[in-house]
Design a protein around this ligand. Structure first.
Ligand SMILES: *Cc1c(COP(=O)(O)O)cnc(C)c1O
Length: 379
């Protein structure tokens, strides 16, 4: 029997250091490795762009948590995304992307890859028929996120995986918002998973990183080749910080989810809140799908301020514990106004978000304190 998730989060890819007994994987701050003879490496390492033991430990742990055969740790979520797209796509290929894709992902595809001849169609990925209708003869990839940002739409992983198998395309899932503790796309039939480990996996808002996990040997080899060729590697300290974060992922995600439920309950009963968006709510349009594929519903909550855009903006500046900031997934609670902050560039486009929308990344503080903070800020 294989170990459970929380056990693998602490032990996968890591053994006490054979040379010293150090329980924790060392930060191997070295660019190069002594060889015993020409071409005779001691442990398979020759140069740290190509490989570094701290990074290997992280990659193996990430692969184990997502249930994949191969993991690669990257310098950022965007460099991980870039590697998957460039490994899998060639000029003239087409991919389907979420119409509410992470802004950086959209920019990379729209401004960089399209210049190299890659075509794309944005669709609402919660609508399987819309995804199916967007598939063309040259479609090679379905790229999805679930839950999406900031409207927390849910895509049905197993249905889309079936669609990708039927159409000879590859399903790629950006699993950043859920983390592997809540949802494991490979288990549902996805071909590859990408993460911004900057968010829940690192979990402490102190390091930027990314990951690619797949059981597809060929894709893994291409991703590794691209990483070594282009060099988007995390340094050993970044890899170590992320490994340290992973050890508490299971307990943090339980608490993030429980605190989010408390916050949702308080917001639902507040007269200044007209609508709460959370996949755990029964009235969420894809609640059943979320309940089927997620262990809990996560720490991200969005809501509409009943008094409109100005009131939403003012409230974001009035919280005490929720820090006004972009990003998400850390132990501390954050609040932001997507229309003016993370999603300002979508103004006037199809992807525009409501101006009275507020997004919360609910941290792992005392739930009572978080609820009180929001109540006070709402007035
Ligand atoms: C933050 C984020 C990214 C980009 O990751 P970086 O680590 O900032 O490069 C990609 N996808 C999602 C869903 C994100 O939230």
């Amino acid at each position: 029997m294989s170990d459970g998730f929380a056990t693998r989060a602490i032990h996968a890819g890591q053994q006490p250091d054979p040379a010293t007994g150090s329980v924790i994987t060392p930060i191997h701050a070295t660019s190069t490795y002594a060889q015993d003879g020409v071409g005779q490496q001691r442990a398979g390492y020759e140069y740290s762009r190509t490989g570094n033991p701290t990074r290997t430990a992280l990659a193996e742990c990430l692969a184990s948590l997502e249930g994949g055969r191969h993991g690669h740790a990257f310098a950022s979520g965007m460099s991980a995304t870039d590697a998957v797209l460039r490994a899998a796509l060639r000029p003239g290929d087409h991919l389907v992307i979420p119409d509410d894709a992470y802004g950086g992902t959209f920019r990379l595809i729209d401004k960089v890859l399209s210049g190299w001849g890659v075509e794309y169609t944005p669709v609402p990925v919660s609508d399987v028929d819309a995804v199916r209708a967007a598939i063309r003869p040259n479609t090679k990839m379905l790229w999805i996120e679930t839950p999406t940002n900031p409207l927390l739409n849910i895509a049905d992983l197993s249905t889309l995986a079936q669609l990708s198998h039927d159409t000879g395309t590859r399903l790629a899932v950006d699993n950043t918002f859920a983390s592997p503790h809540l949802q494991q796309p490979l288990e549902h039939g996805a071909g590859v998973v990408v993460h911004s480990t900057t968010k829940y996996l690192g979990g402490h808002s102190d390091v930027v990183g990314g990951a690619v996990v797949t059981s597809d040997d060929e894709l893994a080899e291409q991703v590794g080749f691209l990483q070594n060729s282009a060099g988007a590697v995390p340094g050993p300290f970044d890899a170590w910080l992320t490994l340290r974060g992973l050890k508490t992922l299971a307990v943090r995600m339980e608490r993030h989810s429980r605190n989010a439920e408390r916050v949702v309950e308080a917001l639902e009963n507040h007269p200044k809140v007209s609508h709460v968006i959370y996949p755990g709510l029964e009235q969420h349009p894809a609640h059943q799908v979320a309940a089927k594929q997620m262990r809990h519903f996560g720490g991200m909550v969005s809501f509409l301020h009943a008094d409109g855009p100005e009131a939403a903006l003012e409230m974001c500046a009035r919280t005490r514990l929720f820090t006004l900031a972009e990003s998400l997934g850390g132990v501390e609670s954050l609040i932001e106004h997507p229309g003016r902050m993370t999603h300002a560039s979508t103004e006037g486009s199809l992807l525009q978000v409501p101006a009275e929308l507020v997004r919360l990344s609910v941290g792992i503080e005392e739930a009572d304190d978080l609820v009180e903070d929001l109540r006070t800020a709402l007035g």
